[in-house]
Design a protein around this ligand. Structure first.
Ligand code: FE
Length: 329
């Protein structure tokens, strides 16, 4: 099938009235760099680009996701995408010069998914002339060809959104799980997933993930997060599908940010989508905000994975004695 040409998650926009809370959280805990912006806008760098995270005060609209910015290769690819969306009945707006300048990109289009989430597609991101200076001493964010991380949306039901994301926008299914709720993971580059949907019955951003170069960046962030009452949302743990070791923290805007390390890189040319059965995590990721029954279900899945010796390949040297023990049980 012809591809829609998305190459990565380029930037994320958040609506919030809590700009100062975002400043201390994004720089002090996450290690992003705040850049000067006029008006009720805070923008943050994660790498050589002029901005990756944009927090805008939008009176009356509440806290939450503003937009997801998806990157395409060039002006021609943006035109192809706009025409494709238009041909399938999705209303597409060509952004003004002023908005493109605000986003620090050469050009962008604006459209909405069938659930009403605002999406943008752009090309030509502006690169800063001065080096990235992290808000705390971290080794840096793993971005580049993998994009800025991944975004996960809460949706009422995954199924009706599949034709839009998979068939129209060209997100490739990496894998999916059906229990304890429907979870679909999609890739558009080597990152195991740049996008996912969780059929939680809710709407809006569930979390986005940023990946660090060093596990120690994550561990030190975890220590910092634990200094704040109620900041940690998921304890440290490791995911079964993308192998990310991470914790999740509450943002000032009601969703989470996953702070991770060790993400799996796949080969999109040979990858086969498949169903997963092991639950979201090998271990950890205790969801502190959840009701006890929900937590118990997830814990059972983890303990079952542990009892079956399920672990990420390559994380330890071959261990024949353990495999033999497990096989004999
Ligand atoms: Fe995640």
């Amino acid at each position: 099938m012809e591809t829609a040409g998305l190459t990565g998650l380029g930037y994320i926009g958040v609506r919030s009235a809590r700009l100062d809370d975002w400043s201390s959280y994004a720089t002090g805990l996450l290690g992003m760099q705040q850049v000067d912006r006029a008006g009720a806008v805070r923008a943050y760098r994660m790498d050589d680009r002029k901005q990756r995270l944009i927090v805008t005060e939008d009176e009356g609209k509440g806290e939450g996701l503003g937009f997801l910015g998806w990157e395409v290769a060039d002006a021609a690819a943006l035109d192809v995408l706009a025409a494709r969306l238009d041909a399938h009945g999705t209303e597409v707006c060509r952004a003004s010069r002023a908005l493109a300048d605000e986003r620090h990109v050469a050009d962008l289009i604006v459209f909405h998914d069938p659930a009403g989430n605002r999406l943008e597609a752009f090309h030509g991101p502006a690169v800063a002339t001065d080096p990235f200076r992290p808000g705390r001493p971290i080794s840096g964010f793993r971005t580049g060809p993998l994009g800025m991380g991944h975004a996960v949306l809460n949706v009422v039901d995954v199924e009706p959104l599949l034709p839009f994301y998979r068939d129209l926008l060209g997100f490739h299914v990496t894998d999916y799980g059906l229990r304890p709720y429907k979870l679909y993971f999609f890739h558009i580059n080597g990152r195991h997933h740049s996008f996912a949907m969780v059929g939680s019955g809710k709407q809006g951003l569930h979390h986005f993930m940023v990946e660090l170069y060093s596990l120690d960046d994550v561990g030190q962030g975890y220590d910092l997060a634990q200094l704040e009452d109620g900041r940690v949302a998921y304890t440290l743990g490791r995911h079964t599908n993308d192998h990310v070791t991470s914790f999740y923290s509450h943002t000032p805007s009601g969703f989470f940010i996953e702070y991770g390390w060790g993400g799996r890189v796949i080969d999109p040319a040979t990858w086969q989508p498949h169903e997963t059965h092991d639950g979201p995590s090998f271990w950890g990721h205790e969801r502190l905000y959840m009701e006890p029954e929900q937590r118990a279900r997830l814990r059972e899945m983890r303990l079952s994975a542990a009892a079956r010796g399920v672990r990420a390949p390559g994380s330890i040297p071959d261990c024949p004695w353990l495999d033999a023990v497990i096989a004999s049980e």
